[in-house]
Design a protein around this ligand. Structure first.
Ligand SMILES: Cc1cc2nc3c(=O)[nH]c(=O)nc-3n(C[C@H](O)[C@H](O)[C@H](O)COP(=O)(O)OP(=O)(O)OC[C@H]3O[C@@H](n4cnc5c(N)ncnc54)[C@H](O)[C@@H]3O)c2cc1C
Length: 434
């Protein structure tokens, strides 16, 4: 027989735990079931720092039991099938759970199969990623002996779209420490035609790229990795569809050779419509997609992500289902910072639906933020909405004395390295709003 919960949450990551703990703060008697198979919970934003050898990986990992609110009924299973007409979720283990309200927050999955050769290459040898194995990435960066260091940006939506360039800026500093920067050419290959969607931030980042002598190559969509010959193959196309992390600006830009800035002549090869760059080390953001059980569910958009209203996060067909976090199809960056803004509104909507059958008056306007670390001790903070307007939090001025967070500042680095992890574990995971 199916077990019933007033609230059923899928996923005990940033979104799921924040939702459960904030709900219990509002109503300690509420009955919450949370489906989460993993023993571990990770603070993923610090993985960039781990790979740059400035943060201890162990501090990013805690047991799931330690973050799971005590009053939650933790169902340690994999959610598998949805039956939204009957308010039912079945787990891989074959158990059935019914609900009054469902919050779907299982994050996303890596999809290396979308790039030929990547499944076999991922996290092996000199191919690395902070998304999948930050400790391997650290080893690759620290042991690098010089040559072409190639960094790529994913063509699908990815979490924290700025992370692939943050690790590159840190790598540049690391290579100076290890004495190989003089023997290294750094190339950033991205499918879009701007370095960042928010103008104020893009201006800062372009200065960083020139200062660090990094070659940016636009309109590069990674399609294959030839691990034997150490070639990353790209299709060069300006016809890539905008969306996810691909940003095409109408205004851009004085690009060298049409698609480059700060050109550096690294070894390359052409083959028909494909262009290959020889690498001596490569960092990538693998393609990413919604978890398979979401893609195969009746709850998705044609692109396979959870279909929710952009401003209310209510499912587009089922009024008692809400989405939170990376799994949702939303035209903004997939970050924990976005979740911090999404959760209180979704909770208010569910409580109001329970009492008066109407959702919250609050609306989500796509707030997300990306702490753009530009080197050891340096960071700019991108905060923005669906329209890519720069929307800095006024607290930065009043509490951190930062006049303009679109510019690099050491105090922002302190925020990233010390304050945000502290707030995450001690406030956000405990249901306190920050
Ligand atoms: C390298 C890197 C750098 C980042 N930097 C930043 C940053 O600087 N700032 C920022 O705000 N964000 C950053 N992020 C993004 C941030 O970590 C994510 O956006 C956030 O964790 C998403 O939360 P979520 O709850 O949607 O998914 P997750 O936190 O990934 O949690 C998903 C949970 O669902 C569970 N799950 C999966 N499948 C099932 C299933 N079938 N049934 C039940 N449960 C399931 C998983 O086990 C997991 O616990 C970064 C991420 C990475 C990888």
């Amino acid at each position: 027989m199916a077990k019933h919960h007033q609230i059923l949450i899928i996923g005990g990551g940033t979104g799921g735990i924040m939702t459960a703990s904030q709900m219990l703060k509002k109503d300690p008697k509420i009955d919450i079931g949370l489906i989460e198979p993993s023993d571990k919970h990770y603070y993923q934003p610090a993985w960039t720092l781990v790979a740059a050898d400035t943060y201890n990986f162990k501090k990013t990992e805690r047991s799931m039991a330690s973050v799971m609110p005590k009053k939650v009924n933790w169902i340690k299973e994999y959610a598998d099938k949805f039956d939204p007409e009957n308010n039912k979720v079945t787990t891989k283990e074959g158990n059935e759970f019914t609900y009054d309200y469902l919050v779907v927050s299982p994050g996303l999955r890596m999809a290396p199969e979308l790039v030929e050769g990547l499944t076999e290459t991922m996290d092996k040898g000199n191919v690395c990623s902070i998304y999948t194995d930050p400790l391997h990435a650290k080893k690759v960066l620290k042991n690098f002996k010089g040559g072409t260091a190639l960094f790529t940006q994913g063509a699908t939506p990815i979490k924290c779209g700025g992370a692939p360039q943050k690790i590159m800026y840190l790598a540049d500093d690391l290579f100076k420490r290890t004495g190989v920067r003089d023997k290294t050419d750094i190339v950033f290959a991205t499918p879009g035609n701007v370095i960042f969607g928010v103008k104020e931030i893009a201006n800062t980042l372009m200065q960083v790229l020139y200062r660090k002598d990094i070659n940016v190559r636009y309109a590069h969509q990674l399609v294959e990795i030839d691990v034997e010959k150490q070639i990353a193959w790209f299709v060069l196309t300006k016809a890539i569809i905008k969306g996810g992390c691909i940003i095409w600006s109408e205004e851009n830009q004085n690009l060298d050779f049409n698609i480059q800035q700060n050109y550096i002549d690294v070894k390359a090869i052409e083959d028909g419509d494909r262009f290959g760059i020889y690498y001596d080390m490569m960092h990538l953001a693998p393609p990413q997609a919604a978890p398979k059980f979401i893609e195969e569910s009746p709850l998705v958009t044609p692109e396979g992500w959870l279909s929710v209203d952009h401003n209310t996060l209510q499912h587009t067909k089922y009024a008692n289902i809400f989405g939170i976090g990376d799994v949702c199809q939303l035209p903004t960056a997939k970050t924990g910072a976005a979740i911090r803004k999404q959760v209180p509104m979704v909770i208010e909507s569910i409580f109001r639906l329970m009492k008066e059958n109407t959702i919250s008056d609050k609306r989500y306007h796509g707030y997300s933020s990306c702490p753009l670390v530009t080197g050891y001790g340096k960071m700019a903070l991108a905060e923005f909405d669906y329209e890519n307007n720069f929307t800095p939090d006024p607290k930065l001025k009043s509490q951190m004395f930062i006049k303009d967070s679109s510019k690099e500042h050491w105090r922002l680095w302190m925020l990233k390295k010390y304050a945000l992890p502290y707030l995450y574990w001690n406030k956000m995971m405990k249901g306190k709003q920050v």
